[in-house]
Design a protein around this ligand. Sequence first.
Ligand code: ADP
Ligand code: MG
Length: 365
Amino acid sequence: MAEDAAEIRLEGIVKRFGPIEAVRGVSLGIRRGEFLTLLGPSGSGKSTLLHIMGGFEVPSEGRVYFLEQDVTGVPANRRPSSTVFQDLALFPHMTVGQNVEYGLRIRKVPPDERRRRAERMLEVVGLEGFHGRDANKLSGGQRQRVALARSLVVEPSVLLLDEPLTGLDELLRQQMQEELKRIHAELGTTFVAVTHNQEEALSMSTRVAVLHEGRLAQVGTPRELYEEPLNVFVADFVGSANLLRGPVEPGKPPIITVAGAAFRCGRIAPGWRNAGEAMAAVRPERIRVGPGAAGQPNRCRLRLESVAYSGSMLEYRLRFADGQGLRARLISGRDVEPPAPGAELEVGWAVEDTRLLPKGAAIRN
Ligand code: ADP
Ligand code: MG
């Protein structure tokens, strides 16, 4: 299978820093040419794992393979990978060109070829003509691009990126996301990125590995993570989810009861085991409110607590009689006037949009 040709394979990686276990047993295959993102909250072990791949940290346990060669103890400068660190320090007293050529100079590439390759890479990152510019006088986005060019110019087989877009303002971040995707497609290099931003992970990557407290919570395509989360953590961290708790009556489909209302669960995570209490995840944008709820098989009446307006969206915050909350997200319109708080509203959603998960602790809500 594809695992055979893994560009990078991590096998049972554990990393301890004194008493802290930053990575607690991660096995993962990264395929040639994919854009894989490690996604997780701060402190979940993303950077540590990336540093282990890059050869900047040695794991306490486990092995690292590049194309099935064991490189566990091999230092960074002897691996076919290149890393863009989170702080991405450029050499401030050098020109853009000198920054980009740096890795080639160390590798003793002749000046003409250095120049040619640097200019080509500046073109790839959208900085044509910047070769002679002062590295000090660049905007955040331009610095980001120079750091990318500097790492890519040595033609690594794997590019490792630690939070490449964190710190850029929203507009620039979106623009750079597109750029990264384009550069990845153009060069065909394997990209492994780290981010804590779920929207960024979903929109950039071909696959996402979700980390939670040093362990892999799930690995899959963006769509798989969003539509088929394996556990409460992933359902809650990737996108947002209503997590409804209640007793479950097994059957086809199983039925979960929340504050006296019965909901059929059309999707079941493999970890669910007919156990008494469980959780059902429903995405806020799949919920219909008012007249739109009429035809929906999973239906109830809930009290509206508040409505949050964010321009494009309206978020209705509703509550079950037992205190559990439910958020419904509606596309706003010029004429959509939400009802006043306190109103009792008909709410409904599809059986297929109700995913039964093993019971777990939600991180938000
Ligand atoms: P993330 O990148 O997901 O935010 P890190 O991999 O940086 O997480 O860190 C994971 C955990 O390991 C954190 O608790 C962090 O404080 C700890 N850690 C990381 N690097 C070191 C280090 N060099 N020494 C001690 N603790 C560390
Ligand atoms: Mg980090």
